[in-house]
Ligand binder design. Sequence first.
Ligand code: GCB
Length: 595
Amino acid sequence: MLRPQDGPTRERRSLTGLWRFRLDAEGAGRGEGWWRSPLADAMDVPVPASYNDIYPDGTIRDHVGDAWYQTTVWVPGRWTGQRTVLRFDAATHRATVWVNDTEVAQHEGGYTPFEADVTGQLRPGGENRVTVVVNNELSWATIPPGIVEERPDGRSVQRYFHDFFNYAGLHRPVWLYTTPPTYIADLTLDTTLDGTTGLVGYRVDSSGDAEVHVVLRDASGREVAASDGAGGTLRVPGVHAWGPGDGYLYELEARLFDATGLVDSYRQPVGVRTVEVRGQQFLINGKPFYFKGFGKHEDAAVRGKGHDDVLMVHDFALLDWIGANSIRTAHYPHAEEVLDHADRHGIVVIGETPAVGLNRNIGGGVFGSGKRVSTFAPNAVGDDAQRAHQQAIQELIARDKFHPSVVLWCLANEPDNIQPEARDYFAPLAAHARTLDPSRPIAYANALMAAPDECVVTDLFDVVLLNRYYGWYFGPGDLESAEIELEAELRQWAKLHDKPIIMTEYGADTYPGLRNLVPSPWSEEYQTELLDVYHRVFDRIDAVVGEQVWSFADFATMPGVFRVDGNRKGIFTRDRRPKTAAFHLRARWREGEAT
Ligand code: GCB
């Protein structure tokens, strides 16, 4: 599924803006056919945005169930004869879509795009109604999982096993776009380096009979390679490789021709680079790479998880300011605009699926009561969840396969990795990911539950990702013990597994402005000292090839006694002001640079 674009043969129209909106906790709209007429009793909500925080109203913020969106759009008459497609970049967590009176799409999963060919339903030269019902319920059959509970007063409340707030709605842009009737349906690319020559393997899938011609241009627009035929390899002598800090992109243009001339054209940015795990090293273009950066959420006041270019560009500017070279898209695929930006700016990305909270022994980032319960079981994370997880992996890889910034797939965050059944659950998923993308290594992020010799799934993956909270959830206030325990554990991982280790989470909740002469938890000094302890340990262990602090910025969570207006482990506040630790990290990450 290629993204919409404007070009000589294609046109797109954004449906962002204010849509009509109505909550439907009882689920009446599906029976009453709310898509058939203008949505009654509707309010305005912006798209893209989460709907939860737009209005000061708890019933909207904590809504569970269906929410209806509707807009109307004039479609130009010149679209007659073209293939027209309606695409949602995301609808969290599932959606059903109608164009005028006809259902055109259903999609499960809140962070990947879906589309429908609406040529037969859309009236060019007229006004058209687009209606979407978005549902935010999480269950044992969904990724991420959750449970809807009924409270004594009859309200439904969503419980889930991750801490970030369950924002919902149309979080990303919505598009109508055209392609010609015979069109380029998909591209497959793989890039590699042969010395100083770049090799770009390509395959063009088209919907009908046409001749294929492909050109590759450099960043100045100069043609550097060309080929005829639906598949082949382009050679680029003296290639300018994509690399960390060097977001150099070529552009591949695929064109279809028939006897009448140009039929379709599609342009795709291409970064030429290699990724390899060798022993305990992570290599990009054959050179050892050390990850510096953050686990990052899509989260902001009012917008929730709505994509916003302003915030995105600002966040990348902060990454640059602090000297970060990488992010993990915790805990779901982030907007495609984010990956485009990472590509262009040479920021390295660990791309994560929405499989978070597959662990009944952890609740909301905090560890359970000690009595173990089974996670991978028919009445919990069973076959339905595994199917949804497989689909999430497939859609993530299909969506992000072209991005050179993405160097590693993270298939899950903190699943239960001690229960023997975890292996039966993960083995087919890991194999599936490798089949879909043999070019990138795979991993999962590991919580401090299983010692290196107890984890039943590590050998299925290429890189060890560790989320560790010594000095916070474990021994809060005791940084001396934290240093000893962290080092002992990391040395054991390095000894038992010949794989690189990336610390994908470490940090401490910090209330901005709380200062202490003797550092104690929640103070700015404690956050800074805790990071220092971890950094000293990382610097002593060769197998550690990366440090990603949790988290880039404070973010909204479900309510909890250990959350003060959200998770406060941000190095920046939710409105992106630096905590003391930001300057400290900057000194470490930009050491030796003239800043
Ligand atoms: C974790 C989770 C992350 C939480 C974090 C915390 O281990 O992976 O989603 O936000 O802990 O701060 O509790």
